[in-house]
Design a protein around this ligand. Structure first.
Ligand code: CMP
Length: 591
């Protein structure tokens, strides 16, 4: 090849094979992700034929994880996270401890060292974000309370793994490995070092969370709004990607948090912006494409010979992930007093392992804590548990149905355990209502409503309406309040969305305007001072356009400009005539 085409060949072959195998999987009524995994094995280094670049595929997969977590953040607010904290925090922590203990015990029985067992146990204790989200998405369960609980649980797991990733190197020596690249070295300094590392990590993570929660909501939605106002779809998509991937990368570089967590916070920060929906739609196709590459890259790492070499160990690992972890999660949720259906959903959602496990295992390998076989075992566990995950879900679905069909069981395991669940549901609902109210307070109206309310805008296409709506600033006035004073300088044009106003010149009532009408355009068009007083008669709401935005708008739409100029001229003419003809106060109706 004349120059290095590794990236292109990796993407091309991965997409093509993922498509072919995904399609075949679909025909065989298997989930498409099984096809993607098989495609990965086919282009991996352990099978003959074309070999794609595992390092590049891994990086592409990371982009998939970022975009996916960004998407979750877009639909997941801080209030949601707080609503599920009572189950997600103790649940995730207890589950990590239990699963790690199980893995550790199993491996120690097998004669592995403490360090090796610990790395393997920890790796198997965290579930994959991608797999969990895909599974919830497929069941339309992302926004259900059970889905929220599973996601919250996963976020806590992710946070715990951030700690595990920094603690592992610090503990490597104690656990029988070597502190790879440890510049501070020195045995005596070990403990002190550990506290320093731990403290620094906590400070960095807290700084990241604080910055994203305090600064983020002020800056990010504003940036997105400005970009959206340009009306360029391309720039908007670009800004969304820049925010998602840029923040994820920055978070990991400067604050040491994972890409996934960084992207999640980026999404959550944008969540309350009225543009979050648009951002989600724009990033969806890329999200899908890169999530496919995630599964391909998992398949690529897999060495199928491990199944022949260590069949019993593979089986044990898979059982631990699918059965052991599920049972642990199930027991925890039940002990916390939630309904059986919640316990089943959470345990099925978490009965798999993925990206975090590989990262952790890779680190264990680098520090000489775990043999190479450990990595292969984890990969086998990941591959099989991911493939079997849909089956796990369908089993839990069946059990749930069966229990719900049986009145006695239902009363005992579902109806009798609603207290905590209902409280949580109430909190989620309250968060939703609050968010909706907040959005409504800022929102003028939807692009469709715009055309319905103002005949002037019927000629705009949906895209143009959407951009125009973004330029509007909502203003409200009380009855009797003066909105415009004759002779003042013009600053904005007002479109009446609710209420009624009265126009008067020299104290003479000239006209009343209602919802759907507009005023304040004359001075902006003619460049003269305000021609009349305008007073609110009712509690009124206006969508206003600033002078600058209005000028640009007229430039872009000469037809509308013509219409408005004609009406402005008519109004001017009418005022002149009325003032000449009818010296008394009148209130004729006019447009
Ligand atoms: P402007 O001159 O910017 O500020 C006062 C506004 O009152 C003016 O724009 C028009 O929008 C509105 N206005 C003035 N005269 C009339 C009229 N005869 N009928 C309806 N609206 C009017």
């Amino acid at each position: 090849m004349p120059h290095d085409l590794t990236l292109i060949s990796t993407i091309a072959v991965s997409f093509a094979l993922a498509f072919v195998f995904g399609y075949i999987a679909n025909i065989l009524r298997l989930p498409p992700l099984v096809g993607y995994l098989v495609a990965g094995i086919a282009v991996g280094p352990f099978t003959p034929g074309f070999v794609a670049d595992t390092a590049i595929a891994g990086q592409l997969a990371e982009i998939g994880v970022m975009l996916l977590m960004f998407g979750v953040g877009l639909h997941f607010s801080i209030a949601d996270l707080l609503a599920v904290r009572r189950i997600a925090i103790p649940g995730a922590v207890a589950q990590i401890l239990l699963a790690t203990a199980m893995g550790l015990g199993m491996m120690m029985l097998w004669g592995w060292t403490l360090g090796a067992g610990l790395v393997l146990g920890l790796s198997l204790s965290v579930a994959s974000t991608v797999v969990l989200l895909k599974a919830l998405e497929e069941r339309s369960a992302v926004s259900t309370p059970n889905g929220r609980i599973a996601i919250g649980w996963l976020i806590v797991e992710d946070l715990a793994m951030v700690l595990a990733l920094v603690l592992l190197p610090a503990f490597a020596e104690v656990l029988g490995g070597h502190a790879a690249g440890d510049a501070h070295g020195g045995h005596g300094a070990g403990n002190q070092n550990l506290f320093m590392v731990l403290g620094l990590t906590l400070v960095k993570v807290s700084a990241f969370v604080a910055i994203s929660l305090i600064l983020g909501p002020r800056v990010m939605p504003w940036v997105l709004r400005q970009v959206a106002r340009t009306g360029s779809r391309e720039l908007f998509t670009l800004s969304v990607l820049a925010i998602a991937i840029g923040i994820a990368y920055g978070a990991s570089t400067f604050f040491g948090v994972s890409f996934a967590l960084g992207a999640f916070f980026a999404g959550m920060v944008l969540n309350e912006s009225d543009l979050s929906h648009k951002a989600a739609t724009n990033s969806l196709p890329l999200q899908d494409a890169f999530a496919v590459l995630f599964f391909v890259s998992v398949g690529m790492l897999f060495d199928p010979t491990i199944i022949m070499r260590e069949p019993v160990m593979v089986a044990a690992v898979v059982l631990l992930v699918i059965v052991g972890k599920s049972l642990a999660a199930f027991a925890i949720v039940m002990i916390l007093g939630y309904p059986l259906s919640t316990a089943l959903t959470v345990s099925a959602a978490l009965a798999q392992v993925g990206e975090f496990s590989f990262i952790l295992a890779g680190l264990g390998l680098a520090h000489g804590l775990m043999p190479k076989d450990g990595m292969d075992l984890i990969l086998a566990g990941a591959l099989l548990s991911i493939t079997l995950n849909p089956l796990t879900f369908s089993i839990t679905d069946r059990v749930t149905k069966w229990i719900r069909a049986n009145p006695r069981l239902k009363a005992k395991f579902e109806d009798g355990r609603q207290t905590h669940f209902l409280a949580l549901q109430g909190e989620l609902e309250a968060a939703r209502v609050k968010a909706a109210a907040k959005a409504a307070a800022h929102k003028t109206f939807s692009p469709e409503e715009l055309a319905e309310r103002f005949p002037l805008f019927t000629g705009l296409n949906p895209e143009q309406r959407e951009v125009l709506v973004l330029h509007f600033v909502l203003k409200t006035y009380q009855p009797g309040e003066r909105i415009i004073r004759a002779g003042d300088e013009a600053d904005a044009v007002y479109f009446i969305s609710e209420g009624e106003v009265e126009v008067s010149v020299n104290g003479r009532k000239i006209s009343r305007l209602h919802a759907g009408d507009y005023f304040g355009e004359m001075a902006l068009i003619t460049g003269q001072p305000r021609s009349a007083d305008v007073t609110a008669l009712d509690y009124s709401k206006f969508a206003t356009l600033s002078q600058r935005d209005f000028r640009r708008f007229l430039q872009r739409f000469p037809d509308i400009r013509k219409q408005m100029a004609a009406i402005a001229a008519e109004r001017g003419e009418m005022n002149r005539q009325l003032l000449e003809d009818e010296p008394e106060e009148t209130t004729p109706k006019s447009a």
